[in-house]
Design a protein around this ligand. Structure first.
Ligand code: SAH
Length: 281
C-alpha cells in the first residue's frame, strides 16, 4: 500500500490502532507524508467538516465516517466521537481520525487522544499545518517577521458556550502580542475588536481576514481593527476564517504571492518603510 510513497521506513497502521492526524487547512498538497501513509492503510477514516473532500479520495478502500457539523444539525457530541473511535479500534479496524489543520490546535484532539489512552487504545499523533500559520502564508502574511513581532498569540474567538472567551485577558493580548491570530473569531469580531482597542491596541492596526484559506475559494479582506466588523459584514464573509491582527499584515503588500502568480505587480516593495527595497547586493 505504501509503494507510491518515497522510500522510507513508514510506520504500519495496525488493526486496533487510532492515528490522530492533521489534514492541513485545505489544499491537499499541504498534507504530510505521514498523513498520506495513514490514508493508504486505513480501514475507516473519521473526518471533520473542515477536511477537504479531495483528501478522502486518497483512501478509496476506507469507510469514510463524518463526525462534524452540517446543515444546522447539532454537532456530534465530542464524547460520542471519542467513544466511536474506541469502538472502531476494539472492532479491530485500522482507524484514521482526520482533523482539519493540526489536531492539537483548537481541534479537541487532546481530548480525543486522552479518551483513547484512557481506554487502552494505542495511538499515534500526526501533526498538520494549522490554518493560523499555513492559511496566513497562503495570503502572503508571515506569522512572524523580524521587524514586526517577536511573539504571536493564537486565540479562539469563542468559548465552550459560544461566547467571547471571558477568561481571556484581552488587555494583555492587546498589549503583549505582536501579532494576534484569531480562530473562530467571525461571530464575535465586533466584541473582540472593541476589547482589543479598549486594551490599548491602535484602532488603525492592520487586519486581514482569510476565509477558506489555501483552497480554490480563498478570499482575503484587508481592513483595520476599528473597521473590521463593518468590512466583514459588508463583504458578507462566512467562516471558516482566520483573522490576523498586527503590522505583519502589511507584508502582504509585497508577499501576496498568489497575485504575483497572476502577474500582478507587487503593491509595495517596502511596506514597512525600512528602505529595504532600495538595497542591492
Ligand atoms: N485544528 C484547526 C483549527 C480548528 S478550529 C487548525 O489547526 O487549523 C476551526 C477554525 O479554524 C475555523 O473556525 C477557522 O477559524 C480556522 N480554520 C480552519 N481551516 C481554515 C481555513 N481553511 N481557512 C480559514 N480558517 C480556517
Amino acid at each position: 500500500m505504501t509503494d507510491s510513497l518515497p522510500s522510507y521506513d513508514w510506520p504500519t497502521l495496525d488493526p486496533g490502532w487510532v492515528w490522530l492526524c492533521g489534514a492541513g487547512p485545505g489544499d491537499p498538497g499541504l498534507l504530510t507524508l505521514h498523513a498520506l501513509n495513514a490514508l493508504r492503510q486505513a480501514d475507516v477514516v473519521v473526518y471533520d467538516a473542515l477536511v477537504e473532500p479531495a483528501i478522502l479520495d486518497w483512501a478509496p478502500q476506507a469507510e469514510a465516517v463524518y463526525a462534524g457539523k452540517r446543515g444546522g444539525k447539532p454537532s456530534a457530541k465530542q464524547r460520542d466521537i471519542s467513544l466511536r473511535l474506541v469502538q472502531f479500534a476494539r472492532d479491530g479496524k485500522r482507524v484514521l481520525r482526520l482533523k482539519g489543520g493540526d489536531p492539537f490546535v483548537f481541534g479537541r484532539g487532546g481530548e480525543e487522544a486522552q479518551t483513547l489512552v484512557q481506554h487502552g487504545i494505542p495511538i499515534r499523533i500526526i501533526p498538520g499545518i494549522s490554518a493560523g500559520i499555513g492559511g496566513l502564508a497562503y495570503a502572503g502574511i508571515p506569522v512572524t517577521h523580524r521587524d514586526v513581532n517577536q511573539s504571536v498569540t493564537f486565540v479562539t474567538g469563542h468559548d465552550q458556550s459560544g461566547q467571547t472567551p471571558s477568561s481571556l485577558d484581552w488587555r494583555a493580548i492587546a498589549q503583549g502580542a505582536g501579532t494576534i491570530v484569531i480562530y473562530m473569531g467571525m461571530k464575535h469580531i465586533a466584541q473582540i475588536a472593541d476589547q482589543l482597542i479598549a486594551g490599548g491596541r491602535p484602532p488603525d492596526d492592520p487586519v486581514a481576514v482569510v476565509t477558506t484559506a489555501t483552497t480554490l475559494t480563498q478570499t482575503v479582506l484587508e481592513t483595520t481593527l476599528s473597521d473590521a466588523p463593518r468590512a466583514i459584514a459588508e463583504a458578507a464573509l462566512e467562516p471558516p476564517a482566520i483573522i490576523c491582527i498586527g503590522r505583519a499584515v502589511l507584508m502582504r503588500q509585497v508577499l501576496d504571492w498568489q497575485s504575483l502568480l497572476a502577474e500582478d505587480a507587487p503593491r509595495n516593495l517596502d511596506p514597512l518603510g525600512r528602505g529595504e527595497a532600495a538595497e542591492s547586493a
